[in-house]
Design a protein around this ligand. Sequence first.
Ligand SMILES: *Cc1c(COP(=O)(O)O)cnc(C)c1O
Length: 245
Amino acid sequence: MEYNASDSFETRLQSIESRIAAAAERAGRDPGDVQLVAVSKTFPPEVIDEALRAGVSILGESKVQEALAKASQCSSADWHLIGHLQSNKVRHALSLFSTIHSVDSIALLEDIERIQEEIGRRPRVLLQVNVSGEGSKTGFNPKAMRDAVRTALSLGNLDLVGLMTIPPWSPDPEQSRKYFRQLRELRDSLSAEFDVGLPELSMGMSADFEVAIEEGATFVRIGSAIFGKRSAWKTERTPDSDDYI
Ligand SMILES: *Cc1c(COP(=O)(O)O)cnc(C)c1O
């Protein structure tokens, strides 16, 4: 189950893919409805190309500049942004990312709408929700979500596809379950109220993706379980860091 550095990349990827499929089947879901976002932040282009050769198709990065620098040296891939996006980086972000999981303010929705028109790229957008209300986390307060969805829809041309969350850190994946369930229930109620699809739920990381799939995840964002331990910058996810590496 644990990351084993002596396994080949293919072996680690296959093991994650079979765990994804098993979790989907346990929940009576089609494994094809769960997509793996391989979180390649801090890993160099050579490692990313190895992942692409092994069959990864979606890469997740949390920093715009880092992703742009690496993408120019990698084979083509579907790049997703999973980290906080600053307004002054929207233009760069739209030049690379097909999907932004981490939209966390109304101002950012407005920036994306304006700039996508200018540069002719229309990313898929997910709204990040701070389901637990933890002070250190970015994301919309669940109570602000009706306004956020109303604004996104009123902007007319945004491709809003779903919601994303990061639960509070815990060594026990079962502790994440209630937050994943709350995100799904929030999606269901917004979807009914506004009569919009919101099909995507981006939730679950290396430590808790199986629980997330049982609760309805369609994107799981998995880094260390396939790429190994990250060494650059901040080293570990801690209970009180949000922009963790
Ligand atoms: C780093 C990161 C991940 C991947 O974390 P792992 O525990 O290594 O799988 C997933 N989602 C977000 C938002 C991240 O920043």
